[in-house]
Design a protein around this ligand. Sequence first.
Ligand code: AHN
Ligand code: ZN
Length: 333
Amino acid sequence: MLKLKIGTYLVSVLFLVVACSSKTTTKNENSTQGVYKKVSPEFNQDSAYRYIDNQVGFGYRVPNSPEHVACGDYLVAQLKHFGAEVIEQKAEVKAYDGTVLNMRNIIGSYNVDQAERILLFAHWDTRPFADRDGNPENHRKPILGANDGASGIGVLLEIARQIQLKTPALGIDIIFFDAEDYGTPAFDDDTDNSQNWWCLGSQYWSKNPHTPNYKARYGILLDMVGAPSATFYKEQYSDVYATDVVRKIWGTAYSLGYGKYFINKKGGAIIDDHVPVIENRNIPCANIVQFDPNSSLGFGWYWHTMNDDMKNINRETLKAVGQTVMEIIYKEK
Ligand code: AHN
Ligand code: ZN
């Protein structure tokens, strides 16, 4: 009798748990998606996290260092492993202080015969100077760049893995730009800044694309897309030169329930890898970048400091960005 009672009790508790959890799922779907029906496969945030951790595991990925070479080799191997056709673009570029950098842009392409293409990009190098660190002794030390660098690449590697599993209608090019973050440090005051010392890899590629006359319908840049409770305001070059792309990204994010990350308000005007691509290739590009125009620094508190490590990476943020970008590319016809 007692046994039976416990049995019945267990069954009803189990039923309650199941009933509750299924109810929760339905409720979540309703509240986050409304009537919107997602078409893209599930972006795996744990995979993206792992690809970021792997990059950080190489150490500082500063151009001309062995760690940079090793991480570059890893990224090439991963893209090949995910079925992309990979082209490496190597060149020497000059930094603000005359240092010659052995630059290496890494390009992975899918569906190469398709003329209609989308370009996805991020930078993979890390900054040689923690020039915004609270401790001046760190200003000439390199940063780990878990968020500033590795996060965008991690999200794109997960998207590459997903593309191999299910091909979108359009061709996709994924570019990992090098030498984005070698810009003039804050402690240098006699550099001629009439030219842009940031974004050396994308400047080079946009003048020497991997295929002649390369064109894409539009481009999306991911920069610092992994910090806990990051917010992405509409970056101003993007909003002006890629108005429709911005509308599509922020609208899709909202439909997917990621409106707390993608703020539908004007952000900063940020010189980043999308600017040379817009200027030299005439491709409308939007930058998803963590920059809050209402905060004093703008970029996250960790920006160009020794604190940009794995503690600064959050799976939910990666999911919000990765799923939004995937939804956009799988919706495109
Ligand atoms: C400028 O500070 C002009 N651009 C910042 C681009 C950047 C650096 N993104 C990440 N690190
Ligand atoms: Zn940076």
